[in-house]
Design a protein around this ligand. Structure first.
Ligand code: MFK
Ligand code: FAD
Length: 502
C-alpha cells in the first residue's frame, strides 16, 4: 500500500479566508454587528453546515407516489440535512435580512454576503431561498394585503417553525424561455373570487415549498383565453394536503433525473384544480413576475461567484499541501499563474455582483437615482449571464488543479462543477438574457446606456491609479464601438432592434 497519504484540502472559515469580501465590507459596511455575524456564520459553515451540504448530495430526494395501502400521496422525501437547512436559513435571516433593512441601503449587500459564504455548502438550499426572496419581493411590490399578507410574514420571518419557502412555477413543456407563447395552464374563475388552475408545469424546483407564484391564462365565461404574453396573469397558491393526506389540486408526476442539483427535488407537476388567487392585474403576469426574476438572477450570480471563490480557496489550500517535482504546488510558477487567473475571474465576478446588490439595496431603501435604477435593470441580466458562464469555466479549471482527485466523487469536488452547469440555464439562458439586455436598452431610449457609461466614467475618474486612466478611457471607447457593431448585427438578426441601431 505504501506509506504516503495525501493531506486533503481543508475548508476554513470562508469569511475570514476571503480578503476581498472583508475589504469590500470594511469600505462600505464597517458596522461591527455585521462583521461579527458574518465571522460567526463563516465558522458555522466550515465546521457544521458543509457536512450537511454533503449529506444533501449523498441523500437525494425521492418521490413516494403511494402509501402502503395504495392511496396516492405524492410525498417528496428529503434528507434530514435538507430540513436542517430550512431551519438554519430562517434563524440566520438569509431571506429576512433583505426585508428587515437594519443596515439601510447596505442591507442587500449584507444579506448577499451571507449567502455568498453559505452557497457552496448549502446543498443547493440557496435555490429555494432565491425563489422565497423573489416571492417576498413580488408581494411587497404588489402590496402586502390579503391573501398574501400571511405568506409575506412567513417568507420573511426568522422563526423556523413559521418560515415558508416559495416555488416559482413558470416553465411548461412548450416554453421555458418563451413563457408568453408556451404557457397552456388555464385559470378558471370561481364564485368566491379565487381560481382553479389546470395545466402542467414541466420544471418546478424545490418542490417541497409551502407556496408558489405561477403563471396562467384566465378563462372568460365561455372558457376562452387570450394567447401570448398579454393573456398571462400571476397567481399565488398554497401547497397543502387534505385530510386524506393527498396534495390538494396537484399531482407530482415524477422527479427529474438531473446532471447536478441532485440535492434538491425538481418535479413535473400536474395542476388539477389547484386553488389560487390572482395577484397581478389581468394580463400583467410577466411584468409582475419580473421582480422575482430580478431577485433570483442576482441570487444566481451570487451562487456563481461563490462557487468560483470556493474552488479557488480549496485549490489554494491544496497548493500548500501537495508536492510535485520536489516542491509544493504553490512554488510552481505555472501552477500559481493558473490559480491567479482563476482569482482574477473570481474577483471580477464578485465585484460586479456586489455592485448590483448595492444598486438593489439603494432602490429598495428609496435612495436610488434614476441612473441607479437604469443600471440595476441593465446589469442584472449582464451579471447573471456573465457569472453563470464564468462559474463553469473557473470551477472546471479548479477541478484540474487537484489533478485526478478533482475528478473523484467522494472528494465532493465534482459536485461543484455539476451544480455550476445549471447557472447559465435556469432563470434565463445566456442568449435569452442577452436579448433582455438589448430590449431594455432599446426601450429606455438610450437612458440605460447613458447610465452605464456615466457610471463607468465615474469609476474611472475615481480610480486611484491615475496613470491607468488613459488606457481605461480607451477601453471604454473600444467597448462603445464594439457595442455599436453588436447592435447593428443584432438589428439584422432581430428586426425589432432596427430602431435602436439607427
Ligand atoms: C442558486 C440560485 C438559483 C436561483 C433559483 C433557480 C430555480 C430555478 C427557477 C427557474 O428557472 S424559474 C424560470 C425562469 N424563467 C425565466 O427566466 C424565463 C426566461 N425568459 C425571459 O426572461 C423572457 O425574456 C420573458 C419570459 C420575460 C419574455 O416574455 P415576454 O412576454 O416576451 O416579455 P416582454 O414583452 O419583453 O415583457 C413583458 C413585460 O415584462 C414588459 O413590461 P411592460 O409590459 O410594462 O412593458 C417588460 O418590461 C417586463 N419585463 C420582462 N423582462 C423583464 C421585465 N421587467 C424587468 N426585468 C426584466 N428582466
Ligand atoms: P428553450 O426555451 O427551449 O431554449 C432552448 C435553447 O434555445 C437555449 O439555448 C436558448 O438560449 C435558446 N433560445 C430560446 N429562445 C431564443 C431566442 N429568442 N434567441 C436565441 N436563442 C434562444 N423553471 C421554472 O419555472 N421553475 C423552476 O423551479 C425551474 N427549475 C429548474 C431546475 C433545473 C435543474 C433546470 C435545468 C431547469 C429549471 N427550470 C425551472 C426551467 C428553466 O428555467 C428553463 O429550462 C429555462 O428557462 C430554459 O427554457 P427551456 O428549457 O424551455 O429551453
Amino acid at each position: 500500500l505504501g506509506s504516503f497519504f495525501q493531506e486533503r484540502p481543508v475548508l476554513k472559515n470562508p469569511f475570514l479566508e476571503d480578503a476581498l469580501l472583508r475589504g469590500y465590507l470594511r469600505r462600505h459596511l464597517p458596522q461591527e454587528p455585521a462583521f461579527s455575524d458574518l465571522c460567526a456564520f463563516g465558522e458555522r459553515v466550515a465546521n457544521e453546515v458543509d457536512e450537511w451540504g454533503r449529506e444533501c448530495e449523498l441523500t437525494p430526494p425521492r418521490l413516494v407516489h403511494f402509501d402502503p395501502w395504495g392511496r396516492r400521496v405524492d410525498h417528496i422525501v428529503t434528507s434530514s440535512a435538507w430540513k436542517r437547512m430550512k431551519d438554519l436559513s430562517a434563524q440566520e435571516g438569509l431571506v429576512a435580512i433583505g426585508y428587515e433593512r437594519s443596515f439601510g441601503e447596505w442591507s442587500r449587500v449584507y444579506q448577499m454576503s451571507k449567502l455568498y459564504i453559505f452557497s457552496p455548502s448549502s446543498g443547493l438550499y440557496t435555490c429555494p431561498l432565491a425563489m422565497t426572496d423573489g416571492a417576498a419581493k413580488v408581494i411587497q411590490s404588489i402590496g402586502v394585503s390579503w391573501p398574501v399578507d400571511e405568506a409575506y410574514s412567513r417568507l420573511t420571518t426568522r422563526q423556523p417553525e413559521r418560515f415558508w419557502t416559495s416555488g416559482q412555477w413558470m416553465t411548461e413543456r412548450q416554453g421555458g424561455s418563451d413563457v408568453g407563447s408556451g404557457t397552456e395552464t388555464v385559470a378558471a374563475p370561481q364564485a368566491d373570487g379565487s381560481y382553479k388552475l389546470h395545466g402542467f408545469k414541466w420544471f418546478t424546483s424545490a418542490t417541497d415549498a409551502d407556496m408558489t407564484l405561477t403563471l396562467a391564462r384566465e378563462q372568460d365565461r365561455s372558457g376562452a383565453t387570450t394567447p401570448g404574453s398579454r393573456g398571462l396573469s400571476l397567481f399565488y397558491a398554497e401547497v397543502s394536503r387534505g385530510e386524506d393526506g393527498r396534495l390538494k389540486g396537484i399531482e407530482v408526476q415524477r422527479l427529474k433525473d438531473k446532471l447536478g442539483t441532485r440535492q434538491m427535488p425538481t418535479a413535473e407537476l400536474l395542476l388539477d384544480g389547484l386553488q389560487a388567487h390572482r395577484i397581478s392585474e389581468e394580463g400583467r403576469g410577466v411584468a409582475s413576475i419580473a421582480n422575482m426574476l430580478t431577485i433570483t438572477r442576482i441570487h444566481n450570480s451570487i451562487s456563481a461567484a461563490a462557487a468560483m471563490r470556493r474552488i479557488v480557496q480549496l485549490a489554494r489550500d491544496y497548493a500548500t499541501r501537495r508536492t510535485a517535482f520536489g516542491k509544493l504546488l504553490k512554488d510552481h510558477p505555472l501552477h500559481m499563474q493558473t490559480l491567479a487567473r482563476m482569482e482574477v475571474e473570481t474577483r471580477g465576478a464578485f465585484l460586479l455582483v456586489m455592485d448590483v446588490c448595492r444598486l438593489l439595496g439603494r432602490e429598495e431603501s428609496g435612495v436610488a437615482t434614476e441612473l441607479d435604477a437604469h443600471l440595476l435593470r441593465l446589469l442584472t441580466p449582464v451579471v447573471k449571464l456573465y457569472t453563470g458562464k464564468q462559474a463553469v469555466a473557473v470551477v472546471s479549471e479548479g477541478l484540474e488543479s487537484f489533478g485526478g482527485q478533482g475528478y473523484i466523487e467522494d472528494t465532493g469536488l465534482p459536485g461543484l462543477l455539476r451544480d455550476a452547469q445549471v447557472l447559465s440555464i435556469w432563470e434565463g439562458t445566456t442568449n435569452v438574457l442577452s436579448l433582455d439586455v438589448l430590449r431594455c436598452v432599446a426601450r429606455s431610449s438610450g437612458m440605460v446606456l447613458h447610465a452605464f457609461f456615466t457610471h463607468a466614467k465615474s469609476l474611472l475618474l475615481g480610480a486611484s491609479n491615475v496613470s491607468s486612466l488613459s488606457p481605461a478611457v480607451k477601453a471604454v471607447n473600444a467597448a462603445l464601438s464594439e457595442l455599436k457593431d453588436f447592435v447593428q448585427v443584432a438589428a439584422v438578426r432581430e428586426p425589432g432592434y432596427l430602431e435602436l441601431a439607427a
